[in-house]
Design a binder for this molecule. Structure first.
Ligand code: NAD
Ligand code: MG
Length: 390
């Protein structure tokens, strides 16, 4: 039996992970599940999977969690420290599926104890890529990408030499507004931005798909994880979301990964790696699909792509700035304080502010320094939001 934990178990990725694990309960010994507000889901999954411990991020909800787990033998805990602590409980495989920079410290803790880290939390690679990879190396373990594009790239690279890679192309659906007139984007509502044409995901990543901030994050994630230069990474709009990524080699060959838009593929690949096993995902009927469409991404519509390039050019801690400012701008949009197009303006302003502030971007990448830069970038983004909210 493999010992597994799921951080962010109540979310979209977490629930898809549980779906796979619950199909073969005899194969897994579940150590910890974590969540935040959805106590009923967290408790019922912890009981169903016979987890040792269930942890909520919200300390105020500990009594509710205790109540929901009463008599089950599952331990209850709460708070950010408890989440990081549960990631240090020995496990062979840990799913990192918390949303946002809150996933960084628990992910590092999982790597420090030598667990294989299945990484959906792209924010931790964007804000601390070298720290994550260095921690994995130092502890003799590995990170397996769970973002669909990065799983696709990883699979296309099996048996290949990185030195023969010319370019990596990641696909983008274009999100909710790919066909909207640009001048209407400022009026996009929260509801409109929260529905994705192809993927069923958490609200934050769905809005990030509409603004292309998700793809911008994924470009940085590709740069960090595969150690490839920014100039070798391309984004192509592919409305069907069936090709997830392509790797281009020195001989001109392109290896594409094709599959249905179902995260259980990338999760299952990471769960069974290095084996491939049966997964309950749709088998594509290419004749009925007919065509794959592609378009060049428009940087006027999606300034996030330019900001990602500038982040990689700046290097150092700029990824932490980019991520924190993006999270803050997204909070501002969800709260109705800024409009859809102002999110990119806020991120750009926070990046400019942080580059002008001495020493932060070039600081050594430690967890404390990343959290400090994250904090300052959130303040800078808040100021940019306030100046717009009048
Ligand atoms: P979600 O919003 O559905 O779930 C997020 C999870 O994190 C929940 O369990 C929630 O309780 C928990 N959480 C939220 N705030 C927290 C905090 N402060 N501390 C601890 N836990 C907290 O999100 P999701 O769509 O499942 O995405 C999770 C991660 O996976 C994100 O990093 C996202 O970018 C990435 N990802 C998601 C998809 C997808 O299809 N949903 C695809 C690729 C990558
Ligand atoms: Mg993705």
């Amino acid at each position: 039996m493999r010992k597994v934990s799921i951080l962010g178990a109540t979310g979209s990725i977490g629930q898809n992970t549980i779906d796979l694990i619950a199909r073969a309960p005899q194969d897994y010994d579940v150590v910890a599940l974590t969540g935040a507000n959805n106590i009923a889901q967290l408790a019922s999954d912890a009981i169903k999977l016979k987890a040792d411990v269930a942890v909520t991020a919200d300390e105020a909800l500990l009594p509710d969690l205790r109540d929901a787990l009463k008599g089950s033998g599952v331990e209850a805990a709460a708070g950010a420290t408890a989440i990081t602590e549960c990631a240090t409980r020995p496990a062979d495989w840990i799913m990192s599926a918390i949303v946002g920079a809150a996933g960084l410290a628990p992910g590092l803790a999982a790597l420090e104890q030598g667990s294989t880290l299945a990484l959906a939390n792209k924010e931790s690679l964007v804000c601390a890529g070298s720290l994550m990879l260095e921690t994995a190396r130092a502890n003799g373990t590995r990170i397996l990408p769970v973002d669909s594009e990065h799983s696709a790239i990883f699979q296309a690279l099996i048996g290949e030499q990185m030195s023969a890679v010319e370019r990596i192309i990641i696909t983008a659906s274009g999100g909710a507004f790919r066909d909207w007139p640009i001048e209407e984007l400022a009026g996009a509502t929260l509801d409109q931005a929260s529905s994705h044409p192809n993927w069923d995901m958490g609200q934050r990543i769905t809005i990030d798909s509409a603004s292309m901030f998700n793809k911008a994050m994924e470009v940085i994630e590709t740069h960090e994880f595969f150690d490839i230069s920014a100039s070798q990474i391309e984004v192509i709009v592919h409305p069907q979301s069936l090709i997830h990524a392509l790797v281009g080699f020195a001989d001109g060959a392109l290896m594409a990964h094709v599959g249905p838009p179902d995260m259980r593929h990338a999760i299952g690949f990471a769960l069974h790696y290095p084996d491939r096993r049966h997964l309950p995902v749709e088998r594509l009927d290419l004749a009925s699909i007919g065509t794959f469409d592609f378009r060049a991404p428009d940087e006027q519509r999606w300034p996030a792509l330019r900001l990602a390039r500038e982040t990689m050019e700046a290097g150092g801690m700029m990824g932490a700035v980019f991520n924190a400012a993006k999270e803050t701008a997204l909070d501002g949009f969800i709260a109705g304080t800024i409009n859809f197009v102002q999110m990119a303006e806020v991120v750009e302003q926070a990046m400019a502010h942080m580059s002008a502030s001495d020493g932060h971007i070039d600081a050594t990448m430690t967890l404390d320094n990343v959290l400090e830069v994250d904090h300052l970038a959130r303040k800078a983004a808040q100021a940019a939001i306030h100046s717009r909210a009048g």
